[in-house]
Write a protein that binds this ligand. Structure first.
Ligand SMILES: Nc1ncnc2c1ncn2[C@@H]1O[C@H](COP(=O)(O)OP(=O)(O)OP(=O)(O)O)[C@@H](O)[C@H]1O
Length: 360
């Protein structure tokens, strides 16, 4: 056997059954299928439309925290069916926030964000019908007495999750299970992070969505898993004319996948362009995405340092923030009492409280 393997290794044309088939198939398919951005964007009606959106995370009273600038400012974006858009930006630029807004998870004014011509936050039918699918960073849930953001686990098989979705086409289900190489007998309390991610992705892709929002979903997939998934998503985009937006910091292999790139920085959409119209990317050279994005991020970093230096000059007074007992990182985890509010609402006691932190 060892001899036969050595012989086959030496002969490039000999069959090599020990190599995983999905990875080779993915590469071959990616090479065969041309990227058809010019044709696909001509379809009527946008999949996603953002019309002058400004957004801040709210404080406890529902209004933005005093003295903070909006996280997203006057954003305008139109993405047609059949487009795969890579959403890029530095850490904290607002990519996840934007995706969550598009997914209808944050309250925004009705007319500002439309998905398939429908109001993202108000039209719950968008997600319940499966037309809109959002697959976020980690598959987590809040468990009483255990904590927030606990990885989804339990002594049940992956099939329990995958069979729980009503109205699934069995052929599509089979294809997705194969693409993601999911073993439906995996016990969810024993899976690795990457295996859990595969089940999460299979679950999120199961219904034939029209708009798909992906937030850093390939972070713990192996190289073959990622290649297979990207190839599948690209074929969905071309064959079913869906709209895909994908936020990530992992760029390898994405040159052949995307039709558009949107770059956000400091709360603004700097641009959203076709791949072909971007200097450095239009030839889709492997590795070109990483080099080009690094340049944009470095430029943005310099600008940000200058902005911060300016802000330091106009130094503000301290404010006292009180932790109100909500988990850190949640929308309403702190409440700010600036000097004016202190006077009008008589909250001066907070300054001396052990539950107060100073911020400037
Ligand atoms: N629930 C929340 N409540 C208040 N502020 C938040 C909340 N979630 C995120 N933020 C703030 O919004 C800003 C943008 O966060 P967001 O997660 O959208 O960035 P991102 O571009 O996805 O970053 P990364 O690349 O690190 O994932 C950050 O400064 C973050 O602190």
């Amino acid at each position: 056997m060892a001899n036969a393997k050595a012989k086959a290794d030496a002969d490039p044309d000999a069959p090599k059954p020990w190599l995983r088939k999905p990875g080779r198939d993915a590469t071959e398919r990616a090479e065969r299928a041309p990227v058809k951005t010019a044709e696909v964007v001509s379809i009527d009606g946008p999949g996603i439309e953002v019309r002058g959106l400004t957004f801040s995370y709210p404080g406890l009273d529902g209004s933005p925290l005093a003295g903070t600038t909006p996280l997203i400012r006057d954003m305008r974006l139109r993405l047609a069916p059949g487009t795969c858009t890579l959403l890029l930006g530095a850490n904290g630029a607002g990519k996840t926030t934007l995706l969550k807004i598009l997914a209808g998870k944050h309250l925004v004014p009705r007319e500002r964000v439309l998905v398939l011509g429908r109001e993202a936050f108000y039209d719950t039918g968008l997600t319940s019908s499966g037309d809109l699918s959002f697959i976020g960073g980690n598959w987590q849930r809040d468990v009483a007495f255990a904590g927030y953001n606990i990885p989804l686990a339990g002594d049940f098989p992956a099939s329990r999750m995958l069979d729980s979705i009503p109205g699934v086409d069995p052929a599509r289900k089979q294809r997705i299970i194969e693409v993601l190489d999911v073993d439906v007998n995996w016990r969810m309390h024993k899976v690795s992070d990457g295996q859990r991610r595969r089940v999460q992705l299979a679950w999120g892709l199961m219904l034939p969505y029209k708009v798909l929002l992906l937030d850093e979903i390939t972070v713990d997939l192996d190289v073959l898993g990622r290649a297979e998934l990207m190839s599948f998503l690209r074929s969905e985009c071309i064959e079913r004319q869906v709209t895909i937006v994908y936020a990530t910091h992992i760029f390898d292999g994405l040159e052949s996948f995307m039709s558009h790139v949107a770059f956000v920085a400091n709360g603004e959409l700097k641009f959203c362009k076709k791949f072909e119209d971007i200097e450095g990317l239009k030839d889709r050279e492997p590795g070109s995405l990483l080099a080009t994005v690094e340049g944009w991020l470095r430029e943005e970093y310099v600008l940000q340092r200058e902005r911060k230096a300016l802000e330091k000059k106009e130094k503000k007074d301290f404010q006292f923030n009180r932790n109100n007992g909500w988990a850190a990182g949640r929308t309403t985890s702190t409440v700010t009492f600036g000097p004016t509010l202190d006077q009008t609402r008589n909250h001066t006691g907070i300054a001396g409280s052990s539950n107060a932190v100073m911020r400037n």
